[in-house]
Design a binder for this molecule. Structure first.
Ligand SMILES: [Zn+2]
Length: 368
């Protein structure tokens, strides 16, 4: 559930980065408008004088932006304070009206579609998880569900953010690939527009959304880190201050000499340590395709999980050496396994690292 929640407040940031050309006065106005909304979101109510200091803008500009936002109803005026937040002169406070409008999020997983409606602070107001109907047109399925769940809310919908477990092209609004489900480019944005959806749509991968969220919410500042999505399938990215390099091949590092992977190769890491791999192994060894959680509660299941963890730990060590990452953040559902498993992963990885890197920390992500 959190994973959906965290992609929402970022809609503002995504627009922000798109409008980065400051030289254009129109863009500068848009950016300052978003900066004001972001400051009010992060710091709470502020006076115009506070805002002027925060945004390093003169009072006339602040008033202009504030008046537009007041007219649009995105912010409201509160009481006159005896002094400003910074201890300055008294003034009327401005605050974000978080319930004024909503943003929507849709997450396209391997077998489920997850929907969330959130207010402007990113708090989820409504959440639904539905099986993905592979014989129904995807855009149609999304629209009918959205219509149903937003029907009761007559507030303005500002934007829709769609995350996909696969590959996307946000510029053309196409899903390029979504596991075994979509193999040819699928024009999702165009189809949603055809079906009458006119709000701005952002299309991104689950991995990109998770990385963005970890960057925003992680307590420490890291010079670089390796992010691994440990879920139905494994994927990873190497993140520096300026770049995010996705590595879809992480799942297909060769770790054993047998076992057919969904990619067609033999012995990939995914066959032993992903949700998909664990399901296959429990089907072969125990006759039932257990999820990792179920497997951890099954006799003999612990051994299967530990074997995967052993290979994953070593693959992490290899990636740390190759990238020079200063830390690893493990996201995805499987990283929420009990502490004993996570400790084992840490130990295996650190033991496999050369001495000078053996203290590289492994963290659990904030979102599962
Ligand atoms: Zn493979």
């Amino acid at each position: 559930m959190n994973k959906i929640a965290i992609t929402i407040p970022k809609v503002i940031n995504i627009k922000y980065s798109k409008a980065m050309e400051f030289s254009n006065p129109n863009n500068a106005r848009k950016i300052n408008r978003l900066r004001m909304l972001n400051v009010l979101l992060e710091e709470g109510p502020l006076t115009r004088a506070d805002l002027s200091r925060r945004l390093v803008l003169n009072k006339i500009s602040i008033s202009e932006i504030a008046n537009t936002l007041l007219k649009e109803g995105l912010i409201t005026e509160g009481d006159k304070t005896s002094s400003s937040k910074d201890g300055g002169r008294p003034g009327t406070i401005l605050k974000l009206d978080a319930q004024r409008a909503y943003v929507l999020a849709v997450d396209l997983g391997f077998s489920v579609l997850r929907f969330a409606i959130a207010d402007l602070t990113g708090s989820v107001i409504r959440y639904e998880r539905l099986p993905l109907e592979k014989n129904t047109d995807l855009a149609y399925q999304i629209i009918t569900t959205l219509k149903r769940i937003v029907k009761t809310n007559n507030k303005e919908l500002l934007a829709l953010c769609i995350t996909v477990d696969g590959e996307v092209d946000n510029k053309t609004g196409q899903i390029l690939k979504a596991r075994q489900f979509i193999n040819d480019p699928y024009p999702l944005k165009a189809k949603l527009n055809e079906l009458g959806l006119t709000i701005p749509i952002t299309l991104t991968t689950q991995l990109q959304a998770e990385v963005k969220a970890e960057k925003m919410f992680f307590k420490q500042s890291l010079a670089s880190f390796l992010f691994v999505n440990w879920g139905e399938f494994l994927s990873s990215a190497f993140i520096t201050k300026t770049e995010t390099l996705e590595n879809m091949e992480f799942a297909h590092i060769n770790v054993v000499s047998q076992g057919l992977c969904h990619c067609g190769s033999i012995g990939c890491l995914d066959t032993l340590a992903s949700g998909w791999g664990y399901k296959n192994q429990s089907l072969n060894k125990q006759g039932t395709p257990y999820t990792v959680k179920q497997l951890s509660q099954t006799p003999g299941g612990e051994e299967i999980i530990k074997q995967g963890i052993d290979k994953l730990g070593k693959a992490l060590a290899l990636s740390i050496c190759a990238t020079g990452a200063k830390a690893v953040i493990m996201g995805g559902g499987i990283s929420s396994l009990p502490d004993s498993y996570f400790s084992l992963l840490k130990e295996t990885c650190q033991l496999a690292l050369p001495n000078h890197l053996s203290t590289t920390p492994l963290y659990r992500g904030n979102f599962k």
